[in-house]
Ligand binder design. Structure first.
Ligand code: DAH
Length: 348
């Protein structure tokens, strides 16, 4: 657009400049329509906006020329220019909407989601190795006709010690090993108190197994302050050590295979008399491994459970489940079981 010389020439005829301004404003519309509808992206559109209605644009050029009009003509020219500016703004707006729609639908078709593709499946958890072994052992004893009981982890000292023939001065009650809670209670140090709870609850004959967590103040490669035990016992008339041997042999055959070799080694537990520890022959390591403690239930223990030792006898045994899990899965350090590292746990 050319400002200077043209203005000078139209100045001569009064009313001529107004007519020229109006004509020029009108003449802008047709090319503007064509240009705006031909704009193919937002950048081109912005260029057109500047060309037509920007500060240095065509309509502003017309505006500036209004200074040469008479006071009567100014409002007329101003109105015409504003109307044209409004029309160009409309052109801009509608083309902008079209382009934005186009951009959006292009983006959407690019981002199209194929709902028939297979999804990402959440990782599947599995039973902890200790739980697997627990289930397996409980299953073997269920098959042998044993019934499953449970007991509390915060246990009364009487059930945990006294009732099991472990008097007040017994070394196992030492603060070094036992985790005491409030007066008269401990975190159970073994599952044996379930024997007493079950005796009080059931009438003989009874064959019970109970598995769960136990706690001791102890931690190294073969000891964790929390670990798992399983207790088992059977009470009836005339139960003998032979029954104990038969049941444990059956159990260890089911767990380690029909040709398992075991030996009973004399031992001592306050709650059994006589007592024995059982070792299993570990072929790969070429040595005996201690797997459980057992014995004939001490008459005092039967009495504390409310059972008459004159009429009934029984056997009991207790084993460390974590130890069995370590042997079964060849885990070198018992503490690995409780770090909850999924890379470790996934292997089982
Ligand atoms: N309670 C014993 C412990 O924690 C294990 C045990 C040994 C349990 C002999 C028994 C048993 O029932 O007869 O080490």
């Amino acid at each position: 657009m050319s400002d200077g010389p043209e203005t000078a020439t139209t100045e001569a005829a009064p009313g001529g400049e107004l007519k020229a301004l109006i004509a020029e404003a009108r003449a802008l519309l047709a090319p503007a329509k064509e240009a705006f509808s031909g704009a193919n992206d937002l950048k081109q559109l912005e260029d057109l906006r500047l060309e037509y209605i920007g500060k240095k644009g065509k309509l502003s050029g017309l505006n500036r020329r209004m200074g040469k009009l008479s006071a009567d003509e100014k409002p007329i020219a101003g109105k015409v220019i504003n109307e044209h500016k409004a029309q160009i703004l409309d052109l801009l707006k509608s083309r902008k909407e079209q382009l934005e729609m186009k951009a959006l639908s292009q983006q959407l078709s690019g981002e199209r989601i194929d709902v028939t593709l297979p999804g990402v499946r959440p990782a599947r958890g599995s039973l902890h190795p200790v739980e697997q072994v627990t289930q397996e052992i409980l299953g073997i004893f269920r098959d042998l006709g044993f019934h499953v009981e449970e007991g509390p982890e915060i246990e009364n000292e009487w059930f945990n010690f006294d009732a099991l023939n472990m008097p007040d001065n017994h070394p196992a009650r030492d603060m070094q090993d036992t985790l005491y809670t409030e007066r008269g209670h401990v975190l159970r140090t073994h599952t044996s108190p379930v024997q007493i709870r079950s005796m009080k609850k059931l009438d003989p004959p009874m064959a019970v197994v109970a598995a769960g967590k136990v706690y001791r103040h102890d931690s190294d490669a073969t000891h964790s302050p929390m670990f798992h035990q399983m207790e088992g016992f059977l009470i009836d008339e005339d139960v003998s050590f032979g029954h104990l041997k038969g049941v444990l042999h059956e159990f260890l055959r089911a767990l380690y295979g029909a040709d398992v070799k075991l030996r009973f080694r004399p031992s001592f537990f306050p709650f059994t008399e006589p007592s024995a520890e059982v070792d299993v022959w570990w072929e790969a390591g070429n040595k005996w491994l201690e797997v459980l403690g057992s014995g004939m239930i001490h008459p005092n223990v039967l009495e504390n459970g409310g059972i008459d030792p004159e009429n009934f006898s029984g056997f009991a045994f207790g084993l460390g489940i974590d130890r069995l899990a370590c042997i079964k899965f060849q885990i070198p350090d018992i503490r690995l079981l409780y770090e909850n590292d999924v890379r470790f746990l996934r292997q089982f």
